[in-house]
Design a protein around this ligand. Structure first.
Ligand code: PNS
Length: 161
């Protein structure tokens, strides 16, 4: 059985994340989605909410499990007895940061390989920060996030008129 880990801060999960998780779930026998702490970001949603929103957005995928972990991604991957990290790559601008993380994770745990899936063209520009910014100014985010997430963001940031 080949397993993989899809890590991220998922604050909140977007259709771009759901696309990568869905495609990973079609390649690997089991996919663990890990909600982790990104020390560079201060989240809008707490860990529990991010897990809950991810669970609802991936309920149709029966080989996907969602968990949060307060520690190193490399330790989570080992804990799950996996050795593959799956990440989505949107543009060249993602590359340097992702490359650095992939190398750091392999240095921490030499058994780990990071696999990149190219984003779907529709999601090239999509990120959780873009979604929060648009929602914050009352814009329509229904095309960017799953419906359950849409409601929750407006509850938090104020509804669209
Ligand atoms: O969705 P993001 O914010 O780009 O995901 C980044 C994340 C959470 C995967 C990364 O910050 C992470 O792995 N955090 C856990 C701590 C860790 O292992 N850091 C070392 C990796 S270089």
């Amino acid at each position: 059985m080949i397993t993989a880990v899809c890590p991220g801060s998922f604050d909140p999960v977007t259709l771009g994340h759901v696309d990568i998780i869905t495609r990973a779930a079609s390649i690997f026998d089991k996919v663990y989605v890990a909600v982790l702490v990104n020390p560079k970001k201060s989240p809008l949603f707490d860990e529990q909410e991010r897990v809950e929103l991810l669970k609802r957005s991936t309920a149709h995928l029966d080989n996907v499990e969602i968990e949060s972990f307060n520690g190193l991604l490399a330790d989570f991957v080992e804990m799950k007895k996996s050795r593959i990290i799956v990440k989505g790559l949107r543009a060249v601008s993602d590359f340097e940061y992702e490359f650095q993380m992939a190398l750091a994770n392999r240095k921490l745990s030499p058994n780990i390989e990071t696999v990149f899936l190219t984003t779907s063209a529709d999601n090239m520009f999509l990120s959780s920060s873009v979604v929060k910014q648009i929602a914050g100014f009352g814009g329509d985010i229904s095309g960017f996030v799953p419906p359950e997430v849409c409601e929750r963001i407006y509850e938090r940031l104020g509804p669209k008129d």
